[in-house]
Structure formats: C-alpha cells, structure tokens
Design a protein. Structure first.
Length: 108
C-alpha cells in the first residue's frame, strides 16, 4: 500500500510542492533547505522563506525594546501577507519574486 501511495504522490509531483510550501511556514523553512536543495523550484522558495523567517525573528526581538512595539505589529502584518502570497505562488507553481526579500534571498 505504501508503494502505491508513494507512486501516486510522485506522479502528481506533490513532494516539491509540499517542500516549497513548508518554506513559508516559519522555522519549517529549514526542512526544504536541508533535504531538497537540488530542486530549483524548492530552493527558490526555501531561500525566500528563510529570509521571511529571519525577518520575523528580528521583529520578535523588537518587542523587548520599549517604543518599538509598532514595528512588531507592522512587520507581523507584512510577514503574514508574504507567507500567504508565497503559499499561493507555490500552489500555482510559480516563482514570485518579493521585493527586498528576493534580493536578500539571492545572496544566500
């Protein structure tokens, strides 16, 4: 039964989509970075997801600085929108280059 399910999923190419989708789910971006670097589609989304995750971690640290709570709220909204847009681009099997995020991701 496992081989049948595996061949069905492989035929539908769900693994690259799943790995690329993990890229936009916070710290899970490390899974495609570590296990699927050879797929250009997955690597593209994993690098962008890593930049977005890094931004979210930096934004979280601003909570400890008095007067910068607004930055966390603003960043959280932008990060959520970027993650949703990233998931949509994965589902559509496209590579949307997010401003600033893509520029930083190319340097990785």
């Amino acid at each position: 039964m496992g081989q049948i399910a595996g061949s069905v999923f492989k035929g539908l190419e769900l693994r690259p989509k799943l790995m690329a989708a993990l890229s936009y789910l916070g710290i899970l971006c490390f899974i495609p970075l570590l296990f699927n670097r050879d797929d250009e589609f997955v690597a593209f989304h994993a690098r962008q997801g890593l930049v977005i995750w890094g931004w979210s971690v930096l934004a979280l640290f601003t909570l400890g600085i008095p007067g910068l709570g607004w930055f966390f709220r603003f960043s959280s909204s932008i990060i959520t929108l970027l993650c949703l847009a990233g998931l949509v681009s994965v589902l559509l099997q496209q590579k949307w280059k997010f401003p600033l995020v893509h520029d930083l991701a190319e340097k990785l």
